[in-house]
Design a protein. Structure first.
Length: 180
């Protein structure tokens, strides 16, 4: 065999005595039972907390029912989700980002037709600080006019770009044909 030729998969998997035997599977380890709490607070908020002491990070997910039948609801929901983290009475956008960076954390939002979701993570020892930023943006979001306009313009621009894509054009044509 020359230095530039390669063995095929068939050649690699076989020996002169026949196919190479598969190695035995290792012992299957049992998954450790994780400590958890699942409770509903007095305000109806369900909290599910799972603890794994060996993981140095904390992750949170908040799902808020957010459906609406107003034709403008999807656009309003998208602008809300995009501006939720742009400032509060105590922190501007940079302040939120700085406070999260100092704890090795992040927060993000996403909206779908039925829910607003806020998710985030931070170093486990910094959970109180993460919850403080989360509480601030949930209860004191300022939704400054300039930020709302900027996000609305960005969303409009993204929609305009999307409407030039063949799959979007085809889907809209199909929907018009189906539903008029």
């Amino acid at each position: 065999m020359s230095a530039t030729s390669y063995r095929s998969a068939e050649e690699i998997g076989r020996t002169k005595e026949g196919p190479r035997p598969l190695p035995p599977l290792g012992e299957q380890k049992r998954a450790t039972e994780l400590a958890h709490v699942d409770t509903v607070l007095g305000n109806g908020l369900r909290v599910l907390a799972v603890r794994k002491p060996t993981v140095p990070m904390v992750e949170l997910r908040l799902t808020i029912p957010f459906a609406g039948d107003d034709p403008m609801h999807p656009a309003t929901a998208e602008v809300l989700a995009e501006t939720l983290l742009t400032g509060t009475r105590r922190r501007d956008r940079v302040g939120i980002d700085t406070d999260l960076a100092l704890i090795g954390g992040d927060l993000g939002t996403v909206v779908d037709p039925e829910h607003l979701r806020v998710s985030g993570s931070a170093l486990a020892g910094k959970l109180p600080e993460l919850l403080d930023v989360l509480a601030d943006v949930l209860t004191e979001a300022s939704h400054v006019d300039a930020e709302v306009r900027r996000e609305a313009d960005r969303i409009s621009e993204r929609l305009a770009v999307a409407r030039t894509q063949p799959r979007v054009i085809a889907r809209e044509a199909l929907q018009r044909r189906r539903y008029g």
